[in-house]
Design a protein around this ligand. Structure first.
Ligand code: PNS
Length: 174
């Protein structure tokens, strides 16, 4: 029987617990899931493509049937190259819908065989985004519970000065 392969593409800058939940749920629907970090240069990325892949691999260590990869260029070309059956995308709120609808239609225009499966994010994670996590971490906020431990550690390494300053302010009681 043919193995069903899904691609879960995204920026993952960085991966959150919301992303991990979607991956685990996708594994119930597909035989294999490829988590694909998009290489398209976006200004203001916090983590490099390699770092994002490393963090995903660490967060998914021991999880069978998952592969972490990256791709450059059009998603439809990557899907064709990998001979994938569908793309997985998470939907958090109504606000995500318009963007996803536009992207799915653009992809279907580029490739009529394009198929996407949308998984609704659970209530625990519907408010989490990578952007929100980056901002909270940059301001010294606690992101535990929102991201895997390896990502939390990596965020502390990216913002050591800020965290040290805040730690000092707290200990002074200001
Ligand atoms: O996590 P994100 O940033 O919402 O992911 C967006 C992503 C990477 C899936 C999307 O930007 C994408 O597919 N980029 C590849 C380029 C492409 O194919 N663009 C045309 C479709 S809109």
């Amino acid at each position: 029987m043919k193995q069903r392969l899904a691609i879960y593409p995204g920026s993952f800058d960085p991966a959150t617990n919301g992303h991990l939940t979607i991956i685990h749920r996708a594994l119930r629907l597909f035989d294999h899931v490829v988590v694909a970090v998009a290489q398209n240069a976006r200004k203001g990325s916090l983590f490099s493509i390699d770092e994002r892949q490393e963090l995903l691999r660490e967060a998914l260590k021991g999880v069978p049937r998952v592969e972490v990869d990256s791709f450059r260029g059009l998603l439809v070309d990557y899907i064709r190259e990998r001979k994938a059956d569908a793309v997985i995308r998470g939907l958090r709120a109504v606000s995500d819908f318009e963007y996803e609808f536009q992207m799915a239609n653009a992809n279907r225009k580029l490739d009529p065989d394009f198929e996407a499966v949308f998984l609704m994010t659970g209530e625990d994670y519907f408010y989490i985004s990578s952007q929100m996590v980056r901002e909270v971490a940059s301001l010294g906020g606690d992101v535990s519970g929102l991201v895997p431990v390896c990502v939390q550690r990596a965020l502390m390494e990216k913002y050591p000065k800020r965290l040290t300053e805040i730690g000092r302010m707290k200990s002074k009681g200001s």
